[in-house]
Design a protein around this ligand. Sequence first.
Ligand SMILES: C[S@@+](CC[C@H](N)C(=O)[O-])C[C@H]1O[C@@H](n2cnc3c(N)ncnc32)[C@H](O)[C@@H]1O
Length: 246
Amino acid sequence: MNELGLTMGQEAYAHAVADQDQEREFTLLDRQWTQLGGVLGGEYNYATGLFASSLPYEGVGHLLEMGCGCGVASVMGALAGVPRVTALDINPAAVRTTELNASRHGVGDRVTALTSDLFAAVPPDETYDLVFWNSPFIEAPPEQEHESALAYHFFDPGYGMHRRFLGEAAKRLAPGGRLFLGFSYAMGSAERLKEVAAEAGFGVRVHVQEAFTVPATELGTDPVYAAHADEEQQVRIDFTLLELTR
Ligand SMILES: C[S@@+](CC[C@H](N)C(=O)[O-])C[C@H]1O[C@@H](n2cnc3c(N)ncnc32)[C@H](O)[C@@H]1O
């Protein structure tokens, strides 16, 4: 497990739970987005925007966005010309938010949003040209149980969900189809991801990465921040779009 990621995730989760009843609006990629209560998006939107603007939508006939949240990648894909988008999330409030955002940006007819535990709600033989999940890459202890829908946004106990996702995604790619994961080396468990990817027959390569440093004291008072800081007391954080290749 990655102790920096787990601490950051636990703190962000506590903050998100305290705020979860609020419905809000946020601006991302020069557009206005709706965020219903019980969904994350707005304040965690740096990675969302980076990933949604870096995916290779060109020539894609059917995009599958796993864990759509506010539906930013689904909507950006449809706006980029993808004729058919399936957006799935285990959190029904995220599915509703995606529907609202798809209508708001004029692509409601191309985006189908469904409540689903991974691929459970889509036909078993349906395949996709592009599969993307900005995944809950913070590895939690395997015995941890999710106590709310918001916990699914952040944590994957033992990377069991990543394992299930990659195992199924391997069968869901159309010929020439591509698979991407939103990740962070600073906060996720890279070795564990490599293992579960290899089990599903995939290698891992960086497609896009943005990194920056944050003063340890700005992150919080937990000693883990100082322990991960460089000699100038800065902690390096990255957001990385990975392509799973075979
Ligand atoms: C890190 S958030 C990403 C949200 C959004 N796509 C974005 O980029 O802002 C991970 C999303 O995956 C969803 N999720 C987690 N486990 C899931 C599962 N088993 N099946 C479907 N969605 C899941 C969460 O509810 C959450 O919306």
